[in-house]
Structure formats: structure tokens, C-alpha cells
Design a protein around this ligand. Sequence first.
Ligand code: ADP
Ligand code: MG
Length: 697
Amino acid sequence: MSKVTEYFGSKVFNDAVMRERLPKETYKAIQRTIKDGKRLDSETATVVASVMKDWAVENGATHFTHWFQPMTGVTAEKHDSFISPAADGRAIMEFSGKELIKGEPDASSFPSGGLRATFEARGYTAWDATSYAFIKEDVLCIPTVFISYSGEALDQKTALLRSMEAINKQSLRVLRLFGNTEARSVKSNVGPEQEYFLITREMFDRRKDLIYTGRTLYGARPPKGQELDDHYFGTIKARVADFMKEVDTELWKMGVLSKTEHNEVAPAQHEVACIYNTSNISCDHNQITMEVLQKVAKKHGLVCLLHEKPFAGVNGSGKHNNWSISTDTGMNLLEPGDTPYENAQFLLFLCAVIKAVDEYQDLLRISVSSAANDNRLGGNEAPPAIMSMFIGSDLSEILEAIEKDESFDSREKDVIKVGVHTIPKFSKDATDRNRTSPFAFTGNKFEFRMPGSNVSLSCANTVINTAVAQVLMEFADELEGAEDFEKSLHELIQKTYREHKRIIFNGDGYDDSWVKEAESRGLLNLKNTPEALPHLLDPKNIKLYETHGVYSETELKARYHVLMENYCKVLNIEALTMLDMANKDILPAMSKYTTVLAQACTEKSIVAANIDRVYEKETLRKLTATMTAMYKQSRKLEKDLLDAKSITDITALGNFYKDVILQDMKELRIPADEMEMIASSEYWPYPSYGEMLFSVR
Ligand code: ADP
Ligand code: MG
């Protein structure tokens, strides 16, 4: 393989390729589209399409697809070949401007939450020219948005792009107040850290629950888990290293900047982090990353588990979302500056994020809600799903001093005045980091740690961008009319901090006492998806999204429906899988094993009447009693699933799945896990947790 620098981005129709291949005028036009969001005219599109097709064909592509992210979270593609019949019976490769900009997939089966009646089932895809086209396995993939006939968002990207525009607009207003006339645009950036598990294909194939649901629904705790912490950052096994190397190579070819790979806390758990990029590009790249992880794993005889909680009792997988905003002139707006003025600007943006996170806690929580992530967040063994922020002790002290009109350092007499005094330099000490905070300031960016490993990051970033845009808008409204800018600025920071500092918590977010403390501060604790989702339709949230043109009320209602329905469907599949495993595998296997034990008792008694049969007898007794309990519980689950069928209201159904079905499932698991602990492994129908977690050697 040639040098990395040579093959990096070799499958991307990126700026370098465009500059080299497009006529000058076309290149300029496309730049205007990318940088300033100017609409692409059909002549330019025709030229771009033709050049793009030639490039793709030269690089082995035979098909193209409009690559989009429906509300289900995964990516969707429908391949069309470039082939077109020629008059002489041969074929030519064709791709028109129209095909590039707009697609019309027959996509009536994607969830729309009622946005499309069946008679108008058409959805349209439209090219997002700000995210480069790329080749994936001989298919030219064109990143697109997916909208309904009447323009409503049916995907994840549309809202993200709209939210990026909102934060761009409001950030620029604030920057102008600080005398910045150079910046022409402000972008939000994302750097994702993706966690996942690797197990062998052989183990995976023997677990129906992993195959159907992505997580284990039964499984006793292994003798060794993560208690020794010997896996975290440990030596990477040769087989895993080979896998990671190939993942990197594939990602680099597609221009994805994967940077670090390491082992995570749990056995078999790993992480790949990519260098940050513009939000929509990073979100696209993360979708590609997840796909590449799974494909490459398969080639190596492995399976990559992206589920948020594949194994109960073992750490789950998340996806840290590192977020910042920066200008086209390269200024990171979350980077503390050197001069009083720069510092004042930084503090204002910092306060905007603080207020945004506090006021829209519910939306941030919703952006990471799913049946799967509920197992990892707010569940029994997981950290509470309470939103809070970590800003570190230095920044807290500075803001406290400003709020109280005190000096920062007791040796100094001066009280801190924003924009007048140089705020003391605070350290960016990495040890100061709080690993348990769901929303942590890490020097020049925020790290949102609640997203699950399997979600599209578009949702979380849409919320962050829109919420911060809203607060910046309020700030700009207030400051634009100020008579004394510095005074107003100082007061605004004071007031914002005072009103929203309840969201700041620099302590241990995993500690039980935090739940009580958070409650007394009036912070939300939305424990699960059905509890969180209804807040999506709170008037304040509808207003937020409508103000910035990110979602209409209709779109939000549709989204609510899709998300709640998805929750119910996931639990339904899990429940059916549990029943299938109980009825067809576990109970029959235990029936067989207990027969063997009974036979052993009889045969031993033939040898001598008083021979010890304690093990056989007691195990037999315990197993039979547990089998009965399991059988009864499976009947109950079956009955409750039938009851669910008669519930038509989606909110009621969601709550029924949470309160009844999920509890039934928990109850059903208990006897199974008990039996696994005492039954002979020869008779247990599935690989154990230990076998799976330590399968890659
Ligand atoms: P960690 O200790 O959490 O691994 P790193 O500094 O390595 O922290 O960064 C983690 C992620 O944060 C990477 O994806 C990195 O690209 C991203 N990141 C760094 N700076 C920024 C920034 N200004 N905006 C957004 N993401 C960033
Ligand atoms: Mg991190």
C-alpha cells in the first residue's frame, strides 16, 4: 500500500479534485454554493455531474446513490447504475445534472410520522453540496437531504443544516458587537469519539438476541468483568490491531479523519476518534465510520456491536460529541483569549452555552433518547440522565467573582469588570477534566457525552446549535441597543450566570447524592424515553424551533410519533426474541438437562441406595422450580404483548411498553440467568458472557 498521504481522500470528490477537473467558472460557482449556500444553477450542475461521473468511473464506480439519513437513524441508499443504452446496442455511462441535484427515491416505507399520505408517498432527496461526494464500494455516494413533497424534513440532515444556519446568523450578530467585521461566517464543529464492542463471528452467530436486537437479552455475569481495569488503554491484541489498521485505511480513503484508536474500559470494548470537522460533514463521516467498522469486522471474522448496551452489567457504548463554533477566519469562539476584550467575548459565548443547556435540558435529553440508550442512561446501573455542565474550578471562580462584583484573587483589590480587566489566565489542565459530566467544557470545546454509540449525531447537534443560536439572538437583541456596551455586557454576563448556574455541577455525576441535589436545584431527571419525548412538543420548544426555522410544529409532531413508535417497535422485537429464546432453546435445554440429572439420581440409587446424590437432587430441584417460574413469566409476557395490540394512542403505547413489557422482560431474564449459573455449560444453549467478551484473542 502506498503512503497514507497519497491515498488519503482518494475516493472523495473533494476540493482538490474539483479545482483540478472543473472548468474555472464552474469551480467558482460550486465554491459559492459550498461557502455561501448559493443555489446551484442547472448549467453548473450539468457540468459538475458530468465531471463527477467521469471521475467516479475512473475510480471504479458503476453506480450512484443519493445517500441520506432517514429518521430511523441509519443511512439509506438506492443504487442506480450510470448505464444508459446507446443507439448501437451498446451502453454508455451517463449522469445528468438533474440526477445529481435531485432524486426521487420510491421511499414510501421510511417513517414519516404522517407527513406523507400514501397517495403522495414521494420523498425527494437534494444534494448537500457542503459535504463531498465519495465512492463507497463502487458506488458514488452523494450526500443529500430527504424531504417530503411539500418540503418537510423526513431525515436528520435537513434540520442540522438549518440549525447551522441559525447559529451562523446569530453568532455573527454577536461578533459584530465586539467590532469583528472580518468574519463572514460562523460554523459549528464536531469531533466524535465512537465506542464499540468486538466479538468473534462464531459467538455472534450463536446468539439470537444479538442477531435480532443487537444486545444480549439473557446472560449471567462472567467471573471476570471490567473490575481489574486491565483493558482500558491496554495493549491492543494483534487481531484487533489488524482490524483497526484496515478500518483506518478504508476511512482515510473516504476522507474520514480517524485519528486515535484505543481499548476502552470494558473487555472487548474499543474506541475510534476522528478529528473534528464542520458539523454536517462530521455527522456524515460518523455514519460512514459506523458502516466501515461493521464491514471490516466481518472481513476479519469479527462482529462490531454498535448497540448502546450489548451486555448488562458491563459498561455501555457512547459517542462523545465534541462541539465548538468557529469563524471562517479561524477563530474558535470557545477559546479563551489574551486580551480583556477577547476574554469578554469568550465569556459571553460561554454564558450563551450555559443558558442554552439549562433552558433546553429537555431537548438535549431527548436528542439522545432511544430504547437502546435507556439501558445505558438513567437505567438501573447507569449514570442518571440529568443534564448538567462541568466548566472547571477556574472558570467557576471567575464567573462567581463577576456575579458577586468581587475580586477574583483575594490579594487584589480590583473587582472584575468584564471587558475592562484582563481575566486571570486559567489553566487548561487535562487532569481537571470531569469524566462523569454529561456536558463538559474541555478547554476550547464542549464534550456532550450522553449520545449513544448507535445514534446519528445530527439530532444532538441540531439541538445544541439551535438552543445556542436562540440565546445568542437574545443577547444580540439586548446588546445591540445598549447605550453603554461594556456595562450592559457586564450585567448580562452577571445575570445569565446567576440565573443559570444551577446547571453547573463540577462534582461526581455518578454519585447518588447528585440525584437529590439536582432535584433541589430544579433540574430535570427524565429517566427514560417515554418520559422524555413528550417534552418535544412543549410550547417553548416548538417556539424555539419555529423561531429559527429548524422544525415546524408539523415536523415536530411527526418526529414525536416516529420516535415513540420506534421505541415501541424495538421493545416489541426484544420481547418476542426473549420469548423465542425461552420457549425454543432455554426451557427445552433445561428440560433435557434436568432429565439427565434425574437419570443420574436413579442410576446412582441402583448402585447403592444410600449413595450421595446431593448435587443432582438439589440442582434438579432448583432448576425445576426456576423453569416453572420462567415458564409462567413467559406466559405473562405473551399475554401482555397481546394487550399492547389493542392500544392505539402512541403515547399510551409507549408508556405501556415501558411500564409493563419492559418490566416483564426484566422478570423473565432473572430465572434464565439463575439457571445459567447452575446448569452444565454443555447444556446451556448459548455462549456465555465470558466466552463472548473474551472471544477475540
Ligand atoms: P479526549 O481526551 O477526550 O480524547 P481530544 O483532545 O483527543 O480529547 O479530543 C477528542 C475529540 O475532540 C477529537 O475528535 C478532536 O478532534 C475533537 N476536538 C478537538 N478540538 C475541537 C474543537 N475545537 N471543536 C470540536 N472538536 C474538537
Ligand atoms: Mg473524550
